[in-house]
Design a protein around this ligand. Structure first.
Ligand code: MSP
Length: 509
């Protein structure tokens, strides 16, 4: 397994027009899992997240919420997102706000460069704009809703715009983009999303309007201050403005951009073109995840069914929430949130199968072996070794799955060992054996504890708080929890009784 490699992953920058919902927590935790896993591998990992603070939508929200000054509003709301890091145990290395000077300065320089290279020209934009998506649409892509109003394919309302605007020569990149998609099938994942962008580009690229004059909350266009930059041009550049601001572009770029399926077009079509025009490499990969529904219904503010990640965390615990989201729905597909499903995963998988296995082993070692994991690494039987080897093989398997962002199958692989371990423990009946054959009892306890350690080393990426408690309980040295020490034995460690069960079961609703 490679180590010492540079690994850079980003979340989209979140609009600060509202508080965080399950979608924000989902993308951020996905990146956190990958970042943690890469750090455990020994890779030089950089995880970036932050807030998208400009544009008409944010300006309107500030007004609607009674703020006289949009900056005061974004200062307040961006905090909700910044706090998510601590509250959801996100290990991001930086947090960028697009209203920061370091970002604005970079974006204005980039603009100048685009002007100098002839990629931006002035004209007039006439067409449809959806404020909700901060996106331009062609007449042919619109439909009509039940009220007779024109709407975008996303369902967002559109308005006719007619204003002076700067344009980015997107059309110049059509061929080049199609070549990229053709030569690099992993550029956009899953494959269904790649097909989507391919057909979008094949249908013809028009130059993109990249400035607005009808509002002022944005980064000013250099030398033409009536214009503010299009919010997507501004926001996408964060993935480069941050490494540039800390002198790490060479080390970190190209990185991986994780996004939701709704914003693939911006990342897989516009973003590589901006980069090529600015002489940067294109991203290594754009990975698009699916969307959550709530108890079978589309999540929307108007339906009043937005899921507050803080409420879920409060009710089930952070790790149950983190585990559930990545075990319940394959990453890249859509899935459904339900209280019944999270309750079942917490109670059965985390508490019964994983937590309880630890509790039972610990209780027996405390009672029969003076709280010490028995020293019998060299006397294991074939059946013990078979299980330990299976647990050892987990790392390579999970590594392959995490590289593909296949969190779902990664957890299934881990749980196959959890289940094997439970079956082994039950079949071996250490509670009975201890009375007749202490040596065999020792082997069973050693083997079970070793496998729980292997499982927990991997789970550090998914459920960091609980995995840490388990490893503490097994006396695994804090300095020996990286994957470099994966197959290190645990002989003779003291086991400690956890103060309370690692997972608290909940009663189903
Ligand atoms: N500001 C832009 C991104 C700019 S990146 C340079 C934006 N922000 S957002 O706040 O609206 O979206 C944040 C993320 O939340 C998106 O990746 C989106 O896909 C995700 N989700 C929004 N609702 C969601 C669900 N119901 N389920 C899963 N993810 C969802 O877009």
């Amino acid at each position: 397994m490679e180590n010492n490699k540079n690994f850079y992953i980003t979340t989209p920058l979140y609009y600060v027009n509202d508080k965080p919902h399950i979608g924000h927590a989902y993308t951020s935790i996905a990146c956190d899992i990958v970042a943690r896993f890469n750090r455990l591998k020994g890779n030089n990992t950089f995880f970036l997240t932050g807030t998208d603070e400009h544009g008409q939508k944010v300006e309107k929200s500030a007004k609607d919420k009674g703020y006289n000054n949009t900056l005061d509003f974004v200062n307040d709301t961006s905090l909700f997102f910044r706090n998510m890091s601590e509250d959801f145990m996100l290990t991001n290395n930086d947090f960028i706000r697009t209203s920061e000077e370091r970002h604005k300065a970079f974006v204005q320089q980039a603009w100048q460069k685009l002007i100098e290279k002839g990629y931006i020209y002035k004209g007039k934009y006439e067409g449809w704009y959806a404020l909700k998506d901060e996106a331009f649409y062609l007449e042919k892509d619109l439909s009509v809703n039940e009220k007779g109003e024109k709407i975008a394919p996303t369902g967002a309302e559109v308005k006719w715009l007619s204003e002076e605007s700067y344009f980015f020569k997107l059309s110049a990149f059509e061929e080049k983009l199609l070549e990229i998609y053709e030569n690099n099938p992993n550029f956009v994942k899953p494959a269904s999303r790649l097909n989507e962008v391919k057909s979008f580009v094949k249908s013809g690229l028009k130059d993109l309007s990249v400035s607005r004059t009808s509002f002022s909350w944005g980064i000013k266009v250099p030398n033409d201050e009536n214009h503010v930059m299009y919010v997507w041009l501004d926001a996408l550049l964060n993935y480069i403005s941050v490494p540039e601001s800390i002198g790490k572009t060479k080390e970190l770029w190209p990185g991986i951009n994780m996004v939701g399926k709704d914003i693939v077009k911006f990342h897989a079509v516009y973003w590589p073109c901006f980069l090529m025009a600015l002489d940067y490499e294109i991203p290594k990969q754009i990975f698009a995840h699916g969307w959550w529904t709530n108890e079978g219904q589309k999540i929307s503010k108007s339906l009043g069914n937005v899921i507050d990640p803080y409420a879920i965390k409060e009710q089930y615990g952070l790790d149950a929430f983190r585990y559930f989201m990545f075990r319940e729905m394959p990453f890249g597909k859509d899935g459904n949130f339900s209280h019944k499903a999270i309750t079942s995963r917490l109670n059965n998988e985390l508490a019964n199968e994983y937590g309880n296995l630890l509790q039972r082993s610990v209780a027996m070692i405390i009672k029969h072996n003076e709280s010490k994991i028995p020293a019998c690494k060299n006397s294991l039987t074939d059946i013990d070794l078979e299980l330990c080897n299976k647990a050892n093989a987990l790392l390579e398997k999970c590594d392959g799955q995490i590289k593909e962002f296949d969190f779902y199958n990664c957890l299934i692989s881990v749980w196959a060992i959890v289940k094997d371990c439970n079956a082994y423990f039950n079949d071996m009946e250490p509670w009975a054996i201890v009375k007749q054959d202490k040596e065999r009892f020792n082997q069973i306890m050693y083997c079970t504890c070793y496998c729980i350690k292997q499982i927990s080393l991997i789970l550090q990426a998914f459920i960091p708080e609980s995995a840490e408690k388990v490893l503490d309980c097994l006396g695994v040295d804090k300095e020996e929890r990286s994957f470099a020490d994966f197959t290190k034995d645990i002989e003779n460690n003291f086991v400690f009784k956890p103060k309370s069960p690692i997972f608290t079961k909940v009663i189903s609703e």
